[in-house]
Ligand binder design. Structure first.
Ligand code: WT7
Length: 637
């Protein structure tokens, strides 16, 4: 089987693009007609960016898992759906055919139902990258519960914030997680997160590392015991619960420039159509290909391009529990060889990190199965692009540079592998259906083709976020108010004479550290929790491997005896409040911060100092005390 809506040539891309803009409803309803719906839609699209309100496939009924599982059973039942490579290469890998994955998902649906989970309930999932994570996600979708996956690197405090925000009454976790040489005690972190929380009804715990865990009577149950009960009762099939196209499918928390992370909400119909369409077209997936996306399912990339996109396309998706540098920096290449990977989708930060080990880890690795390479999460520098192209792709694999966001569900701007031209460092052309614009500071759309500006989207696509959980007004102010009538991405971009886009990075106070999105305000709040800190200001600076590093300027109260100790304590505080990914790379102690007379911190200056651009700080006449800048420059790390 091939895909009727897979674009095969540049001409066809332009033709489809044109059609998608002229007749978006006709375009998307044609694509949607290739899915399984219990009931077709009454209306393809209703929208208004002012409120904002976006509804796709209005009135339609479906269950996304019937599209990811049931519909493939007849002709692909024995084909691998999910393959899994464990952290330790010496351990057994696992292959789930569509039949087997279906069976496990159905049985776990019974487990959920037996434990009281119903349609619309929120289920927080905090698990390692094991097949049971994908099974838990799909089982929630099948039963109509809203999953909220929290990346295994987040702290108890972060889990607690998300749990309370979503009021999730159910948790699925495991005893621990293996990551390289480390064991992470997930259940014990969940226990900490649950201190003082009284609304959680059940915690389902899968065994993985077998470290001792505390199991609270009445609340905590073992995945394996519950599964066995279901099997003893002879329960197998679980009928998928009928969902409205606009019913929420999941919540995924992501950072912004202010406040706590927001719960981005995606819905069943539009999310399904968009992730499937972008998967098939970007990666030019061919039946039988092995697709390896190295992201964690705790991020949107894993949701869309390990689970829902590939499975809805009947593809074979490979998931990896470990890290790229353990037991050595050749791990990805061993995996490519072991599974004959055809499509490899990873992050520039991983490429830069592996590049730093030189070519030795590539020695003796057969990478000839690779056909297509992809990157995601941050701009890719030319050196990394070339290394990836030459050493991994052997100069014959197109690289797709995919730009998108948690809020967009799927890829928005990218080249289509081997079909539309690549341009190193450029995400290139919009997906059909996507209408990007550049706006100037005043919010006017820039007409010239060659331009730079703030990147906005002026028309909805099926995967656009619908709301931020529990606070719709926050969704409006964060994304739809800076430039009324547009969705604002928070990114700056360049456009060339051919209409290609290059994403230059965030224009708001959001950092991108190793492809992870972190708000400066969030890090500042965490640093300020440290007992000895009076105030802090956080900015990003260019980092060779991480893309951006975190630079913190910190004012301490009173005397500090040992700077190194204080730095470590601050780092520990940030780890506890957010997670290790948010630890500052550099902490400079200062006695003052550059502020305007109205008390606003001039981050522009702090950014320049962190970037080592000490030449000119622009207009500093509004500074309350210009002497502060000189002192900070002197103490620069
Ligand atoms: C931000 C979104 C998309 C899934 C992973 C990150 C940056 C993402 C690219 C790219 C340049 C990129 C943007 C965006 N970004 N992809 N190909 N080139 N920048 O998802 O955590 O929601 O972060 O990542 O700045 O706004 P996220």
């Amino acid at each position: 089987m091939s895909y009727p809506y897979q674009i095969k040539s540049l001409e066809q891309y332009y033709e489809q693009y044109e059609k998608s803009v002229q007749d978006p409803e006709g375009f998307w309803s044609e694509i949607a007609s290739h899915f399984v719906w219990r009931k077709k839609w009454d209306k393809v699209l209703e929208w208004n960016f002012e409120e904002p309100r976006v509804e796709w496939f209005k009135g339609a009924k479906l269950n996304i898992t019937e599209n990811c599982l049931d519909r493939h059973l007849a002709d692909k039942g024995e084909q691998p759906a999910l393959m899994w490579e464990p952290n330790d290469p010496e351990n057994h890998h696992r292959v789930f055919t569509y039949n087997r994955l279906y069976e496990h998902v159905c049985k776990f649906c019974h487990v959920l139902a037996n434990n009281g989970v119903k349609k619309g309930d929120r289920v927080l999932i905090y698990m390692p990258m094991i097949p049971r994570l994908a099974i838990a996600v799909l089982a929630c979708a099948r039963i109509g519960a809203i999953h909220s996956v929290v990346f295994g690197g987040f702290s108890a405090q972060s889990i607690s914030d998300r749990l309370r925000d979503a009021r999730a009454e159910f948790i699925i976790t495991s005893d621990g997680a293996f990551r390289g040489q480390k064991d992470i005690p997930l259940k014990s972190i969940i226990d900490d997160a649950l201190i003082g929380v009284d609304f959680v009804k059940k915690v389902i715990v899968a065994t993985r590392t077998r470290i001792p865990v505390s199991m609270l009577k009445g609340r905590d149950v073992w995945w394996e015991d519950e599964f066995e009960k279901v099997e003893t009762l002879g329960l197998s099939d679980f009928p998928a619960v009928e969902m409205d196209a606009e019913d929420p499918l999941f919540i995924l928390y992501t950072s912004g420039s202010t406040g706590k992370p927001k719960g981005v909400v995606h819905t069943c119909g539009g999310y399904m159509v968009y992730t499937n369409y972008t998967f098939i077209n970007t990666f030019q997936y061919q039946p039988g290909d092995v697709h390896f996306c190295t992201a964690d399912i705790g991020w949107i990339t894993g949701h869309s391009y390990i689970v829902y996109g590939p499975l809805s396309a009947g593809a074979t998706s490979l998931m990896f529990e470990g890290i790229p540098t353990w037991p050595d920096a050749g791990r990805f290449w061993s995996i490519v060889q072991k599974y004959n990977v055809n499509i490899l989708y990873t992050a520039p930060t991983a490429i830069r990190s592996l590049m730093s080990y030189g070519k030795d880890p590539l020695e003796g690795k057969n990478l000839s199965s690779l056909r297509i390479l992809g990157t995601v999460g941050e701009p890719i520098n030319e050196e990394a692009w070339n290394w990836y192209y030459e050493n991994i792709g052997n100069k014959k694999c197109p690289i797709v540079d995919t730009w998108w966001q948690t809020e967009t569900a799927g890829i928005l701007i990218t080249n289509l592998a081997g079909v539309t031209p690549a341009k190193a460092g450029w995400a290139t052309l919009p997906m059909p259906g996507l209408q990007p614009v550049l706006v100037d500071e005043k919010g006017n759309e820039i007409e010239e083709t060659e331009a730079s500006g703030n990147l906005c989207i002026k028309f909805p696509w099926p995967g656009i976020l619908r709301t931020t959980y529990g606070d719709h007004e926050r969704c409006r102010t964060a994304y739809f108010s800076a430039y009324p009538g547009y969705y604002f991405t928070g990114d700056g971009a360049l456009r060339d004479a051919n209409g290609n886009y290059k994403i230059t990075g965030r224009v708001d106070d959001v950092l991108n550290v190793s492809g992870h999105r972190i708000g400066t305000a969030e890090v500042e709040n965490a640093i300020n929790m440290h007992a000895g800190v009076v105030e802090s200001a956080v900015v990003g600076y260019p980092h060779d491997v991480k893309g951006q590093g975190i630079y913190a300027y910190v004012i301490l109260s009173g005397k500090h005896l040992d700077e190194e100790h204080t730095r470590n304590d601050i780092n520990m505080t940030v780890s506890r409040i957010i997670g290790p990914i948010a630890k500052p790379d550099k902490i400079q102690f200062v006695t003052n911060l550059p502020k305007t007379r109205s008390g606003k911190i001039m981050r522009r200056i702090l950014r320049k100092i962190a970037e080592n651009e000490l030449g000119s700080f622009g207009d500093t006449s509004t500074l309350l005390d210009p002497g502060v800048v000189e002192e900070i420059v002197q103490g620069k790390l």
